[in-house]
Design a protein around this ligand. Structure first.
Ligand code: CTP
Length: 347
C-alpha cells in the first residue's frame, strides 16, 4: 500500500492590524506554498514594543485572520521576531516545514532581520508583498476623511457635489494647500479577482442567501454577520454597493476603501461564496432573472446583530465610526433567492 504523503505545513505570522486585502493576498500566496497554513497573530504587547500600539486589539485581529479562507490554523500570542525558542516550537510542536514572510524587510528595533534565524536554518520562503495598501495608508485615509467631513460640514456643501470616485484626484478644497489625497493606489485586475474567487456557483437545490452593504473597512462585525447569514443556507451571495451609492447614502467622505478593495476583502472571507461587484441599492426582480431566482422571502430580524454591534461600540472607541457601515438586507428562500421589486428597507 502506498504511504500517504505528509502534508507540507507552512507558517506565516504578522500583526494583521486593520486587516486588509494585502494581508489576505499574503495569506493566499503563503497557503499556495504548502498544503496547510498556520498563522501566528502577534500579541498587542509585542507590537507595542516593536512598532507602537495597534489600532485593532488582538481578539479582533484573531477573528479577522480566522475568517480568511486560506487559513487552516491560528496561533495567538506569537512573538514579533522568530526567536530560537519559538522556531523550535514551530518545528517540533506545530510540525512546520517553512516560515514565510513578504519580500519587504522586517527589521527589529535594533536593526536586525526578524527572520534571520529562519533563513539560516534554510526554512524560509518569501511571497510578494501587495502594492498599494498598508495599515498606515488606511489610517491616513481615515484621518483625511474625518478632516474632509469637517470641511464639508462647515461649507454646508451638498455631499453629492463633492467627488466620490476613488482613483481620481481627491484633493481637498481647503484653500489649495493640497496637503492630502484620498487616492487608492490599487489597480484591480481580473486575475486578482479570479485568485480570490471560489469559482463555484450554487448547487442545483442550494438555498441561496443574499446580503448587501458597503462593507467598508472590513472588520469583525462584518465577519460575524456574514457567518450568521451563511449559516441560514447553502450559498452566500454578497452584494457590494458601488462607491457612488455609498457616498450618496453615507456622505462624500465615504467609502474609505473603493469598490474593488471592498470586494476583495469580502471575497477572502471563508463564509462568502460569491460577490456582486457594484450591487444596486434596490433589490429588483430583474436582478433575480440575471442569476438567482426564488419565490419566497423572509427577512432576518436585526436584534441579535444590533446587540453585537452595540457591544462592539462600547468595547472600542473607534467602532462607532466603523459600524455605520453596516446595512443589512438579508433575503432568503428555501428554493432560491427572491428579489422583491423596490423592496429595499429604509435604514
Ligand atoms: N503584507 C503584504 N502586503 C501588504 C501588507 C502586508 O504582503 N500590503 C504581508 C507582510 O509582508 C507580512 C504579512 O502580510 O508577511 C503580515 O503583515 P503585518 O505583520 O501586518 O505587517 P505590515 O507589513 O506592517 O503590514 P501593514 O503595513 O499593512 O501593517
Amino acid at each position: 500500500k502506498k504511504k500517504k504523503k505528509k502534508p507540507i505545513r507552512v507558517y506565516m505570522h504578522g500583526c494583521f492590524d486593520m486587516m486588509h486585502y494585502g494581508h489576505c493576498n499574503a495569506l493566499r500566496q503563503a497557503r499556495a506554498l504548502g498544503d496547510q497554513l498556520v498563522v501566528g497573530v502577534v500579541s498587542d504587547d509585542e507590537i507595542i514594543a516593536n512598532k507602537g500600539p495597534p489600532v485593532t486589539p488582538v481578539h479582533e485581529r484573531m477573528i479577522m485572520v480566522n475568517a480568511v479562507k486560506w487559513v487552516d490554523e491560528v496561533i495567538s500570542d506569537a512573538p514579533y521576531a522568530i526567536t530560537e525558542d519559538f522556531m523550535k516550537k514551530l518545528f517540533d510542536e506545530y510540525n512546520i516545514d517553512y516560515i514565510i514572510h513578504g519580500d519587504d524587510p522586517c527589521v527589529l528595533p535594533d536593526g536586525t532581520d526578524a527572520y534571520a534565524l529562519a533563513k539560516k536554518a534554510g526554512r524560509y520562503k518569501q511571497i510578494k508583498r501587495t502594492e498599494g495598501v498598508s495599515s498606515t495608508d488606511i489610517v491616513g485615509r481615515m484621518l483625511l476623511c474625518t478632516r474632509e467631513r469637517s470641511i464639508s460640514d462647515s461649507h454646508n456643501q451638498s455631499s453629492l457635489q463633492r467627488q466620490f470616485s476613488h482613483g481620481h484626484s481627491q484633493k481637498f478644497e481647503d484653500g489649495g494647500s493640497g496637503s492630502g489625497t484620498r487616492v487608492s493606489h490599487f489597480l484591480p485586475t481580473s486575475r486578482r479577482i479570479v485568485q480570490f474567487s471560489n469559482g463555484k456557483g450554487p448547487g442545483q437545490d442550494a438555498r441561496i442567501i443574499y446580503i448587501d452593504g458597503a462593507f467598508d473597512l472590513f472588520h469583525a462585525g462584518h465577519v460575524e454577520i456574514l457567518k450568521l447569514a451563511r449559516a441560514l443556507g447553502d450559498f452566500l451571495l454578497v452584494g457590494i454597493h458601488n462607491d457612488q451609492i455609498v457616498s450618496s447614502k453615507r456622505g462624500a467622505h465615504r467609502p474609505i476603501m473603493n469598490l474593488h478593495e471592498r470586494s476583495l476583502s469580502v471575497l477572502a472571507c471563508q463564509y462568502v461564496d460569491e460577490v456582486i461587484i457594484g450591487a444596486p441599492w434596490e433589490v429588483s426582480k430583474d436582478m433575480g432573472k440575471r442569476g438567482y431566482t426564488g419565490d419566497e422571502r423572509r427577512s432576518l430580524s436585526p436584534p441579535p446583530f444590533l446587540l453585537f454591534f452595540f457591544s462592539m461600540m462600547i468595547l472600542n472607541g473607534y467602532a462607532l465610526f466603523l459600524m455605520c457601515e453596516w446595512n443589512p438586507n438579508i433575503v432568503y428562500s428555501p428554493s432560491g433567492l427572491c428579489f422583491p421589486e423596490g423592496s429595499r428597507p429604509q435604514t
